[in-house]
Design a protein around this ligand. Sequence first.
Ligand SMILES: Nc1ncnc2c1ncn2[C@@H]1O[C@H](C[S@+](CC[C@H]([NH3+])C(=O)[O-])CC(=O)[O-])[C@@H](O)[C@H]1O
Ligand SMILES: O=C(O)C(=O)Cc1ccccc1
Length: 247
Amino acid sequence: MSQEPDRLFAQPLPEVPDFVFNEDVVRVFPDMIKRSVPGYPTIVENIGVLAGQFAQPQTTLYDLGASLGAVTQALRRHVRVDGCKVIAVDNSPAMVARCSEYLHAQDAMFQELLPVEVIEADILALELQPTSLVTLNFTLQFIPPERRLELLTRIRQALLPGGALILSEKLRFEDAAEHDLLTELHVAFKRANGYSELEIAQKRSAIEKVMLPDSLEQHRERLLDAGFSKVLPWFQCLNFASLVALP
Ligand SMILES: Nc1ncnc2c1ncn2[C@@H]1O[C@H](C[S@+](CC[C@H]([NH3+])C(=O)[O-])CC(=O)[O-])[C@@H](O)[C@H]1O
Ligand SMILES: O=C(O)C(=O)Cc1ccccc1
């Protein structure tokens, strides 16, 4: 994996453009996400472990908004049932190109890995095959809010009995004081990971129109509206959480 450090927002920009998943982001992405999302390595590894409990033989597993395929790689490390395949989907051409490179290099090095297909597509337009496991690891927050219910409903309809959706997101908090405190604690996390005040401020303005977090209560209600029967938060670190939703 590319080890380039994230300095994308280190110099003052006359105007901060909206954040896009382009070639510049791809080059620094593993460093950026690890230094920006508290608990990210734990979440990714444990999605593999959880998936091992839900994946069923001869079914498709989906990694939606796969970026460089970190979750797909965790699925490959942990899922041991027969006949599964992983479909990793992203709509960023730069992400998809690099993700295919990584995953196909693994194919060549190790035998008996789950087969993987990497697809460049908008997950809002993707037809889902029957599936035992779907992951949205920090992807839903980039989907226009008015289309989130429709996406979750389609995922729910594609899920087989006994399957699961794993949904990880940055959280907003309905109580303003709680929101401000957790935001400040997240800033402290970024500072502790070597980001300057300028980097933190410019990144905040780059993502403020393109990444729109919901509250845990909104997630729970919307998942139930989409037809899920149970919503189980299994991880939270500061304002980042991951949920298991059961059909
Ligand atoms: N409509 C869409 N269709 C397909 N992909 C999309 C769409 N919108 C955004 N994306 C893709 O969703 C990904 C979100 S990053 C996921 C991290 C990964 N899951 C990880 O576990 O490392 C999260 C982050 O950077 O905070 C990007 O690669 C987008 O191109
Ligand atoms: O950087 C942040 O403040 C975030 O909330 C997370 C993030 C991580 C990677 C890309 C976009 C947003």
